[in-house]
Design a binder for this molecule. Structure first.
Ligand code: PRP
Length: 211
């Protein structure tokens, strides 16, 4: 049976394609893709398509994609109507709490305001710390928040640390590590088990070679 795989556009895309190539899949067309969004594997009965992180989950939950490759950050923030099958151990970064160097939100007594693209992750983190928090949803360039005084700190993704450094922000805590994950539609996981197991085995081998 054929497989449809939703890949996350952008940051994770190159890493997922590299991993698939290393696993022996025919992903050449994805490396020189222009503006195309749908691709046929040159070696296997697999169709790939590129989608925004949250949409990868949507396509998998609705069964349009049997498999999705998406960051744990997106999975932690979103719904969970899928199976998470594998940690690819690529696209590694972490969720951090950051802010202005002399203003650690964790040391504040009063009302704490945190800006984030990830309100659920932020709420969960402060809940675990037993601290009340007001969360301000920001869609991008989150680092602006504390610099301009919108909030006391941010919960965001840090990969290289360059964005924080270049905007004069300091990391106060690590919320949790993040990496790329393989998820599966629940029905596909039953109906296409052989194909999905083969894909997971191939990806595991590629992952082990990398480590
Ligand atoms: C993410 C994140 C940080 C940055 C971290 O933003 O929100 O801003 O990357 O990466 P670094 O530690 O390597 O500097 P993204 O590039 O996705 O853009 P956005 O701010 O528009 O969401």
């Amino acid at each position: 049976m054929s497989l449809a795989i939703a890949l996350t556009k952008g940051r994770l895309e190159k890493k997922a394609v590299e991993m698939l190539e290393k696993s022996g899949y025919g992903v050449e067309s994805l490396k020189d893709k222009g503006r195309a969004l749908i691709f046929q594997d040159a070696k296997k009965d697999i169709r790939y398509f590129l989608a925004k992180p949250n949409d990868v989950i949507t396509y998998v939950e609705h069964g349009v994609a049997d498999i999705g490759i998406v960051g744990k950050d997106t999975l932690m923030e979103g719904s969970s109507g899928y199976y998470e099958l594998l940690d690819l151990k690529t696209g590694i970064c972490r969720f951090i709490l950051a802010g202005m160097p002399d203003h650690n939100p964790l040391l504040m007594d009063g009302h704490i305001k945190i800006g984030s693209k990830y309100p659920n992750v932020t709420a969960d983190y402060f809940h675990r710390l037993g601290k009340e928090v007001e969360i301000i949803k920001i869609d991008g360039s989150v680092e602006l928040g504390p610099v301009l005084g919108l909030c006391d700190g941010i919960v965001d993704i840090m990969e290289t640390g360059t964005t924080l450094r270049e905007n004069g922000l300091k990391v106060f805590d690590t919320v949790c590590p993040i990496s790329a994950r393989v998820i599966a539609n629940k029905v596909s996981f039953k109906m296409k088990r052989k194909e999905i197991d083969a894909l997971i085995d191939d990806l595991k081998k590629a992952r082990e070679e990398e480590c």
